[in-house]
Design a protein around this ligand. Structure first.
Ligand code: NAP
Length: 286
């Protein structure tokens, strides 16, 4: 908790000191996920062990669980989780692509050994790999190597394939881009996930940083306080979390202060439908 004292004393910082992140159910299960997740941070990508340790420790202390990671990053995350002794508290979402099954299962074993977990939480792939990845993933799920399987992408051109996969019941989890400046997923993809009982994680909440360029030099509108929003990051995150299909939003940062800011979006009120429209309009007019 010491890191909190370096922040201004705000409404969410005060709450964060006392409460763990709220959770949402994973549809069709007794399981749940905290509403804010960690994306594949530069700290993980660069193999920055002290930086990754500080970030994951802080995230875990605030009740965070979902960490999304790919390639070598996942071993950085797994080793850090293992050394902190929190492997079983984290929900590891990791990517497997290609067709070298023996290499992939070897990597799964490495992850399990490093984290101390009995099984992975979520393995996912990109829609363009469609088959044979999901045949293999289904087998892994049956064998108990992973609890859930999913599809993850960040562009409209993949929505058709992702929807086909939800229609056929192929995936437990969908990861898709959605934010007040990238709203296309709320036309068909998110309603379908809600209808089919597919858990939804959101990527690009800040359009990989572009969002902050758009709002730079502008003050947060006063009415943001009506939904307990204290920063531009929370302006986007609270919009995302107010969509009923969303289970968890993945935020990428290597900066612990930004991580606290993002976690703060999980607390307090969320915008209603009228305010959601106001948020989109406000940003589009900047
Ligand atoms: N499956 C796919 O195809 C796919 C595609 C894209 C993304 N993803 C997943 O989704 C995650 C997030 O999406 P994204 O990569 O587009 O990143 P993002 O979360 O939209 O944006 C990250 C950027 O925002 C900055 N930032 C984060 N929190 C901030 C805050 N509170 N205040 C100010 N700046 C802040 C970060 O800089 P600092 O480090 O300085 O905080 C970074 O530059 C990824 O990490 C990845 O796990 C998956």
């Amino acid at each position: 908790m010491a890191s909190l004292f370096t922040l201004p004393v705000t409404w969410s910082a005060a709450l964060l000191a006392q409460q763990k992140l709220p959770r949402r159910p994973i549809p069709g299960t007794d399981d749940s996920l905290p509403v804010i997740g960690l994306g594949n941070s530069n700290a993980f990508r660069q193999g920055d062990v002290p930086g990754s340790t500080a970030l994951i420790k802080l995230f875990h202390e605030q009740g965070g669980a979902y960490v999304d990671c790919s390639g070598d990053s996942r071993f950085v995350v797994a080793n850090v989780a293992g050394s902190l002794g929190i492997g079983n508290d984290l929900f590891l979402g990791t990517y497997f692509t290609g067709d070298d099954e023996s290499q992939m299962t070897e990597n799964i074993q490495r992850l399990l050994e490093a984290t101390g977990k009995d099984q992975l939480d979520l393995v996912h792939s990109y829609p363009e790999f469609a088959e044979p990845n999901w045949d293999m993933f289904r087998k892994w799920r049956e064998e108990g190597l992973t609890r859930y399987i999913g599809v993850a992408r960040h562009h409209e051109k993949f929505y058709g394939t992702m929807m086909d996969m939800m229609e056929t019941g192929t995936v437990d989890f969908l990861q898709v881009n959605y934010s007040p400046l990238e709203t296309a997923a709320d036309q068909q993809v998110l309603p379908m996930a809600l209808d089919k009982g597919v858990a939804v994680t959101i990527n690009r909440p800040f359009i990989n940083g572009e969002f902050f360029k758009r709002v730079r030099g502008h003050d947060l509108p006063e009415w943001a306080a009506e939904f307990d929003c204290e920063s531009w990051a929370q302006f986007s995150l609270k919009f995302i979390l107010s969509h009923p299909a969303v289970t968890c939003v993945l935020t990428e940062t290597a900066n612990p202060k930004h991580a606290i800011d993002n976690i703060g979006a999980g607390f307090g009120r969320l915008p209603d439908e009228k305010t959601r429209q106001r948020i989109v309009q406000y940003l589009n007019n900047l």
